[in-house]
Design a binder for this molecule. Structure first.
Ligand SMILES: *[C@@H]1O[C@H](CO)[C@@H](O)[C@H](O)[C@H]1NC(C)=O
Ligand SMILES: *[C@@H]1O[C@H](CO)[C@@H](O)[C@H](O)[C@H]1NC(C)=O
Ligand SMILES: *[C@@H]1O[C@H](CO)[C@@H](O)[C@H](O)[C@H]1NC(C)=O
Ligand SMILES: *[C@@H]1O[C@H](CO)[C@@H](O)[C@H](O)[C@H]1NC(C)=O
Ligand SMILES: *[C@@H]1O[C@H](CO)[C@@H](O)[C@H](O)[C@H]1NC(C)=O
Ligand SMILES: *[C@@H]1O[C@H](CO)[C@@H](O)[C@H](O)[C@H]1NC(C)=O
Ligand SMILES: *[C@@H]1O[C@H](CO)[C@@H](O)[C@H](O)[C@H]1NC(C)=O
Ligand SMILES: *[C@@H]1O[C@H](CO)[C@@H](O)[C@H](O)[C@H]1NC(C)=O
Length: 626
């Protein structure tokens, strides 16, 4: 299939089209995104980046430490990806469903690139949408749109991998729809800056082994990389501002039209094209920002909006990104606590006291600073475990303590003992094991630079000065010394990113009234989207706040039947939990189920819990940094 044609049919002439070189390859997969950006490159993550794993990536496995064949987009736990070519679907002004991936339906919807131009003027985008029809058609209530976060996460991938689990929680009377926000996934054109996948990988491999530290050369180095990337993207995605009716992509520049204002408007447009009047929505991490934008811009179009793992939209929009880490150290400190509670049979790091476990973890981390560990015979070739590699993995694991702390504990023990057999199987966890891929995945599985285009474009333009950065970083470090060396990338990324969106919503991120109140869901201790942010947002919109007594990013990080029931009641009946409602969880890190042997669970609860467990592996994120 000819990628140029695909772009052409959405209104980008191929001549002079900056995107139309050989399929440009950024990895697209969630998992790949995470692996490559967060781990390989040096990653950090948050954001709400609920970069939900595009089901296509290998993240869950990478984190679980099992070897993952990176050269294929197939994922453990998923059925093999059926042969489905997104680009064989003819884009249309209306949603024209075609069966895809077994029980799903897919479509490519044509929407305006630029909502500020007159109708029909200039190029279009196509938005990939994928729907899982309601199982309870007799009580059909419409369609829930989901956003996995990122920004830049693929909604089609999330619905493909976890749509059934979301359907189970929301009760079966709603269709579940994922869409790839403009510039991402199977939506075209694609926000890719690199010329080839190998170019992207080599760039990643050059990221170096230093974590950010104001006292050494790590910051200037990281900054120089961001300058290089931003300039490369400016050429590919920046446009030259000559936006004529027959303009080329080089003139228009995709990244100028990827703002959250445009994505919120796309959601309204999708809703209308479905023949539904108002939005039903569940957004995670960055998806909580998208929900705040939508509810502020279109308050009379809110039917059900759930935002989960909430980032304060104002802090996001002024590119501060300094409200996120308030509870991060608490989440990190829960590892030794839960390990101690679980006991030696369940936690390989167990010691007699919590303090002793903490000391053991710290000693392993610190030890790698002085003496990185060589792993000569890993399957994809030799690699070295550095402090940075372990730190990145530890921070990332703290997003999902229930599913990720046990694997991290095993890795820590393997490092302590220099157990080469174990370490050889953990190359992906430490960002190694990148293989030279001879056959490239299809374009919709490639990663993009959508994160920068959306997050930096939505935000106010930052200007880097050493003093300003130092002040911002020191504040971050005072909040979380654990996360700052990773989170510190956020400023560097956006300070160098110069492409400004044509349409940037700057009105209030608040609504005196909405046509239905929002449901705000927050863990008590969220790794990167703290309860304090959720509370601020709660005050700005008619809404209910549900607190889940858990650690990790978004409610899905810890299974809770109680939370699932409130979410379902909200979607089905519109009811909000009483003010002050706190949900307990059904599983804890290392410990496992909180229910005793005699506890009898209904079949329905059992099935919901299974769905929640699977969703807990399908991790939303925010803030992936390269
Ligand atoms: C964009 O889509 C509209 C509506 O389908 C169509 O009228 C217009 O010709 C398209 N523009 C381009 C440049 O293809
Ligand atoms: C949705 O897109 C169509 C073009 O396909 C446009 O005419 C319409 O104004 C859009 N709707 C909204 C709500 O922006
Ligand atoms: C930062 O680097 C300095 C100089 O190498 C070192 O003394 C210090 O411990 C480092 N800080 C952290 C938090 O690692
Ligand atoms: C744009 O292209 C169309 C079709 O090729 C042509 O009819 C029209 O005159 C062009 N408009 C401008 C302003 O060049
Ligand atoms: C950014 O917004 C946050 C939240 O409203 C506020 O506390 C902070 O002072 C703002 N920072 C700047 C630099 O404007
Ligand atoms: C090393 O790791 C392997 C694989 O996890 C395990 O089977 C083995 O028991 C470990 N060896 C030691 C000495 O702990
Ligand atoms: C808010 O909107 C709802 C639904 O449109 C309406 O029933 C309610 O009266 C409004 N409340 C206020 C205070 O305007
Ligand atoms: C919705 O309301 C109906 C009627 O009150 C009730 O039977 C049902 O259990 C509610 N659904 C949920 C999920 O709470």
């Amino acid at each position: 299939m000819d990628f140029n044609d695909t772009k052409f049919d959405v209104g980008f002439p191929s001549a002079g089209d900056g995107h139309a070189r050989a399929p440009s390859y950024q990895q697209r997969y969630w998992r790949r995104a995470v692996l490559l950006k967060l781990m390989v490159l040096s990653g950090v993550v948050c954001v709400i980046h609920a970069v939900f794993w595009n089901g296509r990536s290998t993240r869950a496995r990478g984190l679980s430490g099992k070897p993952t064949p990176k050269s294929t987009p197939r994922i453990e736990g998923d059925t093999l990806e059926p042969d489905f070519d997104w680009f064989s679907l003819v884009p249309s002004d209306e949603i024209k469903w075609t069966p895809c991936f077994d029980e799903f339906k897919c479509a490519r919807l044509i929407l305006p690139l630029d909502y500020l131009s007159p109708p029909g003027y200039g190029p279009n985008v196509t938005i990939a949408v994928q729907i899982l029809p309601a199982t309870d058609q007799a009580n059909a209530r419409g369609t829930i749109l989901i956003n996995p976060g990122g920004p830049g996460g693929s909604g089609t991938d999330m619905v493909k991998r976890r749509g059934k689990d979301i359907m189970r929680i929301t009760g079966g009377s709603y269709n579940v729809l994922g869409f790839d926000p403009r510039g991402t996934g199977a939506s075209t054109p694609s926000a890719q800056c690199f010329d080839s996948e190998s170019q992207f990988k080599i760039w990643g491999a050059q990221a170096g082994t230093q974590v950010l530290n104001l006292s050494d050369e790590s910051v200037p180095f990281a900054r120089a990389r961001e300058i290089a990337l931003a300039k490369k993207c400016e050429t590919a995605l920046g446009g030259i501002g000559m936006e004529g009716v027959n303009g080329t992509a080089q003139e228009w520049g995709l990244a100028r039209f990827m703002s959250t204002a445009s994505v919120a408007t796309d959601m309204l447009n999708i809703t209308e094209k479905l023949g539904e009047e108002k939005l039903k929505y569940w957004g995670f991490s960055y998806g909580s920002v998208l929900g705040q934008y939508f509810s502020a811009m279109y308050p009379d179009k809110v039917e059900r909006v759930v935002i989960d793992g909430v980032f304060d939209g104002y802090n996001y929009r002024n590119t501060s990104w300094n409200s996120n880490l308030i509870d991060t150290d608490t989440v990190w400190a829960s590892l030794p606590t839960f390990c101690h509670q679980a006991g030696p049979s369940k936690c390989p790091l167990y010691e007699d006291t919590v303090e002793a476990i903490t000391a053991r973890v710290e000693a392993t981390l610190e030890g790698l600073k002085k003496e990185p560990l060589a792993v000569p015979f890993a399957p994809a070739g030799p690699y070295v475990i550095t402090y940075k590699a372990l730190h990145n993995n530890a921070f990332q694991s703290a997003y999902y303590p229930v599913s990720q702390y046990p694997g991290l504990a095993q890795a820590l023990v393997a490092i302590e003992q220099n157990n080469q057999t174990a370490l050889e199987g953990m190359e992906e966890r430490f960002g190694a094991g990148v293989k030279c891929q001879c056959s490239d995945p299809p374009p919709w599985l490639l990663q993009t630079e959508a994160y920068n285009a959306i997050a930096c474009g939505d935000g106010e333009q930052l200007t880097y000065t050493e003093e300003r950065y130092r002040a911002w970083y020191e504040d971050l470090e005072a909040t979380s010394s654990f996360a700052a060396p990773s989170w510190g990338m956020q400023f560097l990324r956006c300070a160098e990113w110069r492409i400004r969106p044509k349409w940037r919503y700057t009105g209030p991120l608040a609504a005196a009234n909405t046509s239905h109140p929002l449901l705000i869901v927050s863990p008590r201790y969220d790794t990167v989207c703290p309860l304090s942010d959720a509370k601020r947002v709660h005050e700005r919109y008619p809404s209910g706040l549900l607190i889940q007594n858990s650690y990790g990013h978004c409610s899905l990080a810890a299974p809770s039947l109680c939370t699932a029931k409130h979410v379902r009641a909200y979607f089905e009946n519109g009811t909000l939990p009483e003010e002050g409602t706190v949900c307990e969880v059904d599983e804890l890190p290392f410990i496992g189920t909180v229910h005793s042997g005699e506890h009898v669970m209904s079949l329905e609860d059992q099935e919901t819990l299974d769905a929640l467990r699977r969703l807990g592996e399908a991790i939303p994120m925010i803030g992936a940094f390269s």
